[in-house]
Design a protein around this ligand. Structure first.
Ligand SMILES: [Zn+2]
Ligand SMILES: [Zn+2]
Length: 381
């Protein structure tokens, strides 16, 4: 069995994160440059153009826009649709992420069999299995995203950056809004709750942060199903939730992965560092400084996969839009002190597989001793 400390030989610098953090730190010496607001804003410019010819229809195939009196697209020879004002907030979604195998477990005792403990010990899990899981998750989310766009007749280019991210989020989880409490948002059993009193850019970063928590749970559930060669169901999802929440070690991985993913899609230094500092504090000397840093590196490595999934849609242009909105709305300076302490390491492939083994085998063992907790989780799926 491998220990956290053994993983240190597999740590390498994550050049991308290091560069982003260095860039954010460089701003310390420069004064924050705000975009000039005197220029005619894009919205005002659009309004101005609309006064000339109002384009109220679009071609569902090539997405060209047309004035009201047109009925067909001359290029695609297809009937035009009216551009609708959609309230993305109100769109309901029920995303499904399936992994189907011939075998499916129906009670926890069957799952925690001697044979399955042997499977976990043997850990016949390769990089190609991991990549197949990422591909499966991407495929499911894109299918949901596509049907959300089609069913609601959405012209994606017409949406604001906030609505784009919100609609995309709904292809992973259900999104609910709240107007109370101090938390910006939280993720619980495949559902995100977000505070609608937040400025738009913080709603975006919160969505990305909470989706990262969802995706890490989903990755862990699918790894578990791959190793045990069974279908994913509420029981397997409950074990994954347990694994990512029962110990400070896995909670720190989870929180740091979400923190790092959030930073990559916005600006480093502005995140809520307290989310993982709290976990570090709760350790009470349980883990050494080195062990904490390796644990963060595991979180960083998972963040690379999460980022890869999210980049199926959120490309560089959208990232630039998020950044611009963020720097316009959030005027305080980043947390330079914490920024300087960012962990910028990732694990090699071999080290990452060993880390997954450690997370899964320790977690599976502990889960087997907490079946009442698992049964409680199961009711939420
Ligand atoms: Zn057309
Ligand atoms: Zn979090």
């Amino acid at each position: 069995m491998i220990s956290i400390r053994d993983l240190s030989t597999y740590c390498r610098v994550d050049a991308e994160k290091e560069l982003l953090v260095a860039e954010a730190l460089r701003h310390k010496s420069e004064k924050h440059l705000m975009l000039s607001k005197i220029e005619l804003s894009e919205k005002a410019f659009d309004d101005f153009c609309c006064d000339v010819i109002e384009l109220t229809k679009y071609c569902p195939k090539c997405h060209q826009k047309f004035p009201q009196e047109e009925n067909f697209c001359p290029d695609c020879l297809i009937a035009l649709k009216t551009i609708k004002d959609v309230d993305v907030k109100l769109i309901e979604s029920h995303p499904q992420f399936n992994l189907t195998k011939p075998n499916e477990y129906c009670d926890f005792d069957e799952i925690f069999s001697r044979e399955n403990f042997e499977r976990i010990d043997a850990f016949d899990f390769r990089v190609r299995d991991y990549n197949a899981i990422l591909k499966n998750i991407k495929k499911s989310s894109i299918q949901t995203f596509e049907s959300l766009i089609n069913e609601n007749e959405i012209l994606l280019d017409e949406l604001s950056i906030t609505d784009k991210v919100l609609l995309y989020s709904k292809s992973f989880v259900e999104v609910d809004y709240k107007s109370y409490g101090a938390q910006l948002g939280y993720f619980n059993f495949n559902k995100i709750t977000i505070d609608d009193r937040l400025v738009k850019s913080l709603q975006i970063t919160t969505l990305i942060h909470e989706i990262s928590h969802f995706l890490l749970n989903e990755i862990i559930a699918q790894i578990l199903c791959t190793i045990l060669d069974c279908s994913k169901n509420a029981l397997m999802e409950s074990i994954a939730v347990f694994i990512m929440s029962y110990s400070p070690f896995t909670r720190l991985i989870d929180e740091y992965a979400a923190h790092t993913t959030e930073g990559r899609f916005t600006v480093y230094g502005y995140q809520d560092y307290s989310s993982f500092i709290e976990i570090e504090k709760s350790l009470n000397g349980e883990m050494s400084r080195d062990e904490i840093e390796i644990t963060k590196s595991i979180g960083n490595t998972f963040a690379i996969s999460i980022k890869d999934i999210l980049e199926s849609y959120i490309d560089e242009d959208m990232r630039a839009d998020i950044n611009e909105l963020f720097l316009n709305e959030v005027t305080d300076s980043p947390n330079y002190e914490m920024l300087a302490l960012e962990n910028c390491d990732r694990l090699t492939r071999e080290g990452f597989l060993k880390a997954i083994w450690l997370v899964i085998s320790e977690g599976f063992e502990m889960a087997s001793q907490n079946i009442s907790k698992l049964k409680e989780y199961e009711t939420y799926f």
